[in-house]
Design a protein around this ligand. Structure first.
Ligand SMILES: *[C@@H]1O[C@H](CO)[C@@H](O)[C@H](O)[C@H]1NC(C)=O
Ligand SMILES: *[C@@H]1O[C@H](CO)[C@@H](O)[C@H](O)[C@H]1NC(C)=O
Ligand SMILES: *[C@@H]1O[C@H](CO)[C@@H](O)[C@H](O)[C@H]1NC(C)=O
Ligand SMILES: *[C@@H]1O[C@H](CO)[C@@H](O)[C@H](O)[C@H]1NC(C)=O
Ligand SMILES: *[C@@H]1O[C@H](CO)[C@@H](O)[C@H](O)[C@H]1NC(C)=O
Length: 350
C-alpha cells in the first residue's frame, strides 16, 4: 500500500513538472504574434495551461488576444452590420434613444471625455450605444438600467442580434473568470458570488475619420483604464487606432486587430483584487487613417453593485498587506461613469 501511494505521488509530481515545462514553451511561443507585441491566450488549451498563460501576461501587459473563444464570426459580422446600420441613422433617430439617467442608450460624438486633463476642449471623437439584457431582479437599483432600444420598425434585427451577442459574451466572461481564479491559485468558483447580478454592459462604438492630434488633445478615446474585472473587445476590419501603455514596455504601442481574436484587457477591480499583481493597463484610441472609420464593440465585465473588492487570500497575508481599502464596485463604477459622462445626472443614483 505504502509503495503504491509513493508511486502515485511521484507520478503526479512528474505530471505537474511536465505541465510546467510545456506551459513555459507555450508561453514563449505565444509571445510571438507576427508583428504585434501583444501575447495570445488560446482557449482551446487545457484550463491549467490557459490559467498559467493568463498569469504570465496579466502582469506585464494586462492585455492579450483571445483565440478559440467559441464565438462565431458569423454572429460577429451580424453585430457589426447592425452597428453600422444604427450609426448610419439620422442624428434625430439616434437621439430618440439617447442615454439618460436610468436608461442605457446612445451617446453622441464628444459626449464622453475619458481624460479631462489632456482632452481640454474636445471630447472623444466617437459615438456609442450601450445595450444590455434586463437585470434579473426587477426593483430599480443603482446602475441597473433598462436599455432604450431603437424601434424594430427602423432596424428589425438590432435588438435580437446584439442581445444574442451580449449573452454569448456573458457566458465567455464567466468562463474567463474561472480561469482567472485558477490563475491566482483560487478555487475556480471563487468569483461566482461576486457576479450574481453583474453590472456588465455591451457598447457599440463608431469613430469618425477625423485624425487625432495628441498635442492639441484630440483623441478617438482619451487615455483611461477600464473600471471592472475585464473588457472583451471586437474590432471590425483592420482599422488601427487602439494603443496601450503596458508596464513592461513603458511606451505606447499599437494593438492591431488579429483575425478571429478578441482583445481582452484587465480592469481596475482585477488589479485591486490582486494587489497590483495583475495590471489594469492604460489605453487610448488615436485615429490616424482618414480613409476608413473605426467600428468596435466592447463588452465590459463588471461585478455586482454590492461586491466589496479586496485583495484575494492567495496574494495577501501577513507578509503582503493589501495596498487598497476594500471598495464597493458599484460606487467605483458610478464615480468613473459620472467622470466620463458629465452630462448625465447621476444624483439619484448616489
Ligand atoms: C461553445 O458554444 C456552444 C454554443 O454555440 C456551447 O454549446 C458550448 O458549450 C461552447 N463550448 C465551450 C467550451 O464553452
Ligand atoms: C447589413 O446586411 C444587410 C443584409 O445582408 C445588407 O442589406 C445591409 O446593407 C448591411 N448593412 C450594412 C451597414 O452593412
Ligand atoms: C445609410 O443611410 C442612407 C439614408 O440615410 C441610406 O441611403 C444608405 O443605404 C445607408 N447605408 C447603409 C450601409 O445602411
Ligand atoms: C496638432 O495640433 C498642433 C497644436 O494645436 C498643431 O500645431 C499641429 O499642426 C496639429 N497637427 C496636425 C497634424 O494637425
Ligand atoms: C487606411 O485604410 C485603408 C483601408 O483599410 C488602407 O487601404 C490604407 O492602406 C490605410 N492607410 C494607412 C496609411 O494605413
Amino acid at each position: 500500500m505504502v509503495t503504491n501511494k509513493t508511486k502515485i505521488c511521484f507520478s503526479s509530481h512528474m505530471i505537474v513538472l511536465v505541465l510546467i515545462f510545456i506551459s513555459k514553451i507555450l508561453v514563449n511561443a505565444s509571445e510571438n504574434t507576427g508583428g504585434s507585441d501583444i501575447p495570445v491566450v488560446d482557449l482551446s488549451k487545457s484550463k491549467y495551461e490557459v490559467a498559467q498563460n493568463i498569469r504570465n501576461v496579466a502582469k506585464d501587459f494586462g492585455f492579450f488576444y483571445l483565440i478559440n473563444h467559441n464565438i462565431s464570426q458569423v454572429l460577429l459580422s451580424k453585430v457589426f452590420n447592425q452597428s453600422m446600420s444604427f450609426f448610419n441613422l439620422s442624428e434625430l433617430q439616434k437621439l430618440s434613444v439617447k442615454q439618460r439617467d436610468g436608461y442605457f442608450g446612445y451617446t453622441p460624438f464628444e459626449e464622453e471625455v475619458l481624460d479631462k486633463e489632456r482632452q481640454y476642449n474636445r471630447g472623444d471623437t466617437k459615438e456609442g450605444y450601450y445595450v444590455r439584457g434586463p437585470f434579473a431582479n426587477k426593483e430599480r437599483r443603482p446602475l441597473q438600467w433598462e436599455t432604450l432600444w431603437i424601434d424594430e420598425k427602423i432596424i428589425p434585427e438590432f435588438k435580437a442580434t446584439t442581445l444574442e451577442y451580449y449573452y454569448r459574451l456573458k457566458q465567455l466572461s464567466l468562463r474567463l473568470t474561472s480561469l482567472i481564479a485558477l490563475s491566482l491559485n483560487l478555487e475556480e468558483n471563487f468569483f461566482d458570488n461576486k457576479f450574481q447580478n453583474p453590472l456588465d454592459v455591451l457598447r457599440l462604438l463608431h469613430y469618425t475619420s477625423e485624425p487625432s492630434n495628441i498635442s492639441s488633445g484630440i483623441f478617438g478615446a482619451g487615455q483611461h483604464t477600464d473600471y471592472g474585472m475585464f473588457t472583451i473587445l471586437a474590432v471590425l476590419d483592420h482599422v488601427s487606432g487602439l494603443q496601450i501603455y503596458p508596464p513592461r514596455l513603458n511606451r505606447w504601442i499599437d494593438v492591431p486587430r488579429l483575425e478571429n481574436a478578441f482583445i481582452v484587457n484587465l480592469g481596475d477591480q482585477l488589479q485591486r483584487w490582486t494587489n497590483d499583481y495583475y495590471h489594469s493597463t492604460l489605453h487610448r484610441v488615436v485615429i490616424a487613417n482618414t480613409s476608413v472609420q473605426r467600428y468596435s464593440v466592447a463588452f465590459f465585465w463588471e461585478p455586482d453593485f454590492e461586491c466589496l473588492v479586496s485583495c484575494v487570500p492567495t496574494i495577501c497575508n501577513e507578509q503582503e498587506l493589501p495596498k487598497y481599502e476594500p471598495v464597493m464596485h458599484g460606487e467605483h463604477l458610478l464615480f468613473k461613469f459620472s467622470q466620463g459622462h458629465t452630462q448625465l445626472d447621476l444624483k439619484t443614483e448616489l
